[in-house]
Design a protein around this ligand. Structure first.
Ligand SMILES: [Zn+2]
Length: 374
């Protein structure tokens, strides 16, 4: 009888019920100019509920457990979020987020992928007070002058999407942004040009939005900055890609295409553009052939300059069907500056002087391209 009692206790005690609890693993946030994205790593079946009032949001999780070290130190450096409190009510965990701006909420869940092993709840706090006039920073572009050529400089990845990760844990998104900012600063010293960034901080911008920004800015050139990554740690050198409706048959180009295009999954709710329709639009653009030729020439000029400062992976411009390069009416290239998967190249990519050299080379390529065009 006593044995039964022990079994009974073991079986029905709160301890064993504890195993039914789901876990909240980690917590991050990303501040973008128009929204703040809060991401919570959770179990697949964690039940959640989101309520909001004028100045706070309550995200509650039923039967949940928090990994203590993870949530013990929540603090925000964000101009929309004043503070975050965690409250436990019986078996429910409540995350109370105090917000200082007028806002609208959007949320969705994301499945695990190669970079994140947990399921994720994403809550976007959309800023309704976002000022149209941005505060001026050093890397911001000057007001455009007549006859200036506007160049959109796109730093690949950002926020929840880190891009490739180096052997020494450098993140591609940070390297891309550092080089992109340097490139913008160099370009803006030339009065004939005006450079604009597609993102100026560590937040995610959907691929299609990057193209929209180029259109809104009336850009006459689109340059996307990335760093390459493969399994082997010995691969090295820069490559420059241009739009092609067929893409490249090479395995690497295919892999790249898949990874670059797949990053739009990070946007979660973003409507996926119909690739075929998009392509048809490009095909009906009479100037397309001409622009494709121009993209090829621009890629060639950039490769010629990068060749002077370091190894080149592919001497001729590569063709791939990247969404970011499907900007039909302007010459568009994607620069894989070096292999972040190669520790020696990773060191170079994270070195400020080397980043400046890479940016200088891309700039010279742009200038040479325009000189030959005139
Ligand atoms: Zn990339």
């Amino acid at each position: 009888m006593r044995n039964w009692l022990i079994l009974f206790i073991l079986f029905f005690s709160p301890l064993s019920f504890g195993e039914d609890k789901t876990t909240l693993y980690d917590f991050r946030y990303w501040s973008a100019p128009d929204h703040t994205r809060i991401v919570i790593d959770k179990d697949e079946d964690t039940l959640f509920n989101i309520q909001s009032s004028d100045d706070y949001v309550i995200i509650s999780f039923d039967d949940a457990e928090v990994l203590s070290e993870t949530f013990s130190n929540i603090f925000f450096k964000d101009n929309r979020i004043q503070k975050v409190r965690i409250k436990r009510e019986k078996t429910t965990i409540k995350l109370i987020v105090h917000i200082s701006k007028k806002f609208k909420l959007k949320h969705f869940t994301l499945n695990p992928n190669s970079k994140y092993k947990h399921h994720r709840l994403v809550v976007d706090v959309l800023d309704l007070e976002k000022k149209v006039t941005k505060k001026v920073t050093k890397t911001d572009s000057p007001p455009s002058l007549r006859n200036q050529k506007i160049i959109l400089v796109d730093a690949g990845h950002g926020g929840e999407d880190s891009g490739a990760v180096g052997k020494n844990k450098s993140l591609e998104k940070n390297v891309n942004l550092a080089i992109a900012k340097k490139l913008v600063a160099i370009i803006n010293q030339n009065k004939d040009f005006k450079a604009v960034l597609s993102r100026s901080g560590d937040y995610y911008v959907p691929l299609t939005k990057r193209l929209t920004i180029a259109q809104q800015q009336k850009a006459s050139m689109f340059i996307s900055i990335h760093a390459d990554s493969v399994e082997s740690i010995s691969a090295k050198g820069a490559s420059v890609y241009m739009l092609s409706e067929k893409g490249n048959n090479s395995k690497l180009a295919k892999q790249l295409e898949a990874s670059q295009n797949l990053v739009d999954q990070f946007g979660g709710v973003e409507t996926v553009i119909d690739n075929d329709q998009f392509l048809k639009n490009i095909l009906t653009d009479y100037s397309r052939k001409d622009k494709e030729k121009q993209s090829f020439e621009l890629a060639q000029e950039i490769i010629a300059q990068l060749d002077k400062i370091g190894p080149i992976h592919k001497k001729i411009p590569q063709k791939a069907n990247f969404v970011v390069l499907k900007s039909p009416s302007i010459p568009s290239v994607l620069v894989e500056t070096a292999f972040i998967s190669n520790p020696t190249q990773e060191k170079r990519l994270t070195n400020k002087k080397q980043q400046q050299k890479i940016a200088q080379s891309i700039y010279k390529g742009i200038v040479n391209f325009y000189q030959k065009l005139d």
